[in-house]
Design a binder for this molecule. Structure first.
Ligand SMILES: Nc1ncnc2c1ncn2[C@@H]1O[C@H](COP(=O)(O)OP(=O)(O)OP(=O)(O)O)[C@@H](O)[C@H]1O
Ligand SMILES: O=P(O)(O)OC[C@H]1O[C@](O)(CO)[C@@H](O)[C@@H]1O
Ligand SMILES: [Mg+2]
Length: 335
């Protein structure tokens, strides 16, 4: 194999740059040329390619975002779009494509391979951490730390004013990030799309906490959580924040002064943590190994601290299991 391409796709995640750097440097080390694709799948369709050498990836390991830029590309969801993309890659002489992104990007990579024969390898990078066949995705650790930092700061002001705070974390379809950040940040309640919850119970917890001397209450809510009458349930298609609704409900039911903070895209930015840089470096290099050894339609992941290669279909359809025990633990420790 003489030439491979690399792209970043979907929501950007801290550590994507470190992953591109690893792909480029490992491929060059192995004597293979690397083409960077700008703007994810949109750039493949447009043939927006740039040759990458060692120095193109200097000074980026510490940067958030992705210097190749990212996109959500509707045209790639069509068969025609993917055919166009394959033609562009063939014209450029690209023999393998490394896709750094989330589950949607992996679905695109899988279809591209199945329909056109282009060799694809996925590198999991999404703050949502909703990809199976890997313990963690690149960006998740940094985002978790950003949320923990925000919780700590909000707790300062919450305590000063004896208030309840509803904090909304990202995760329209997945609560992995919210659960981890909520547990590590010591939130009093954690609401995620995967678990049904009872609003009465949330309010009782707040009340009990105050009665036992707590002077604040933090309710960490994932974006995808929706209120349905008395109970809050999941709505995985919900597109709008329900944190304000939840805040209003808490205020009305408990009488506690309640404020709402939407953390938003702050969670996607910032310099990647050491853990994310390490993961990105290992998986970027592993993706090059995989493609050069003839693998296709696979993803590289880290399981129990060992690099593993899995079917990309399993990563998407395997449905990463939500850790109910961890959720239970968070509830126990928050009382
Ligand atoms: N079912 C699909 N078929 C073909 N291409 C897809 C499909 N789903 C997603 N893609 C392609 O992958 C791109 C990124 O997908 P998506 O927006 O779901 O982000 P992601 O990779 O899951 O990352 P994140 O969830 O972290 O934002 C889409 O814009 C589209 O171009
Ligand atoms: O930046 P956008 O396109 O609004 O997407 C936001 C979504 O992307 C993510 O940050 C990553 O998938 C989700 O947590 C969030 O729901
Ligand atoms: Mg996704």
């Amino acid at each position: 194999m003489k030439k491979i391409a690399v792209l970043t796709s979907g929501g950007d995640a801290p550590g994507m740059n470190a992953a591109v750097r690893a792909v480029v440097r490992k491929a060059i080390y192995d004597g293979v040329e690397v083409i960077g694709v700008n703007r994810g799948y949109a750039g493949v369709i447009d043939g927006d390619f740039v040759k990458l050498d060692k120095s193109s990836v200097s000074d980026i390991i510490q940067r958030g975002g992705t210097f190749l830029r990212s996109a959500r590309c509707d045209e790639f969801r069509t068969k025609e779009g993917r055919q166009k993309a394959a033609e562009q890659l063939r014209k450029e002489g690209v023999e393998g494509l490394i896709v750094i992104g989330g589950d949607g990007s992996f679905t695109g990579a899988m279809l591209l391979n199945e329909e056109t024969g282009i060799r694809t390898i996925g590198v999991p990078a999404t703050i949502d951490n909703d990809i199976a066949c890997t313990d963690d995705a690149i960006g998740y650790d940094t985002a978790m730390n950003t949320i923990i930092d925000a919780i700590s700061k909000i707790r300062d002001t919450a305590s000063s004013h004896e208030r309840a705070f509803v904090i909304e974390a990202m995760g329209r379809h997945a609560g992995f990030l919210t659960l981890a950040a909520g547990l590590a940040g010591g939130a009093e309640s954690i609401l995620v799309p995967e678990m049904k919850f009872d609003m009465d119970k949330v309010c009782e917890n707040i009340q009990a906490g105050y009665e036992e001397g707590k002077i604040h209450s933090i309710i960490l809510v994932a974006e995808g959580v929706e209120m349905d009458g008395q109970e809050f349930t999941t709505n995985r298609d919900v597109n709008e924040s329900n944190a304000f609704l939840i805040g209003k409900e808490i205020n009305e039911r408990t009488g506690f002064e309640t404020r709402v903070s939407i953390l938003g895209h702050i969670q996607r930015g910032g310099s990647p943590t050491g853990r994310d840089r390490l993961l990105a470096s290992r998986l970027g290099a592993a993706a090059v190994n995989a493609v050069l050894s003839g693998e296709t339609n696979k993803m590289v992941g880290l399981i129990h601290n060992k690099v593993e290669v899995a079917e990309i279909r399993d990563a998407i359809e395997g449905n990463k299991e939500f850790d109910e025990e961890l959720y239970e633990l968070a509830n126990i420790l928050s009382i």
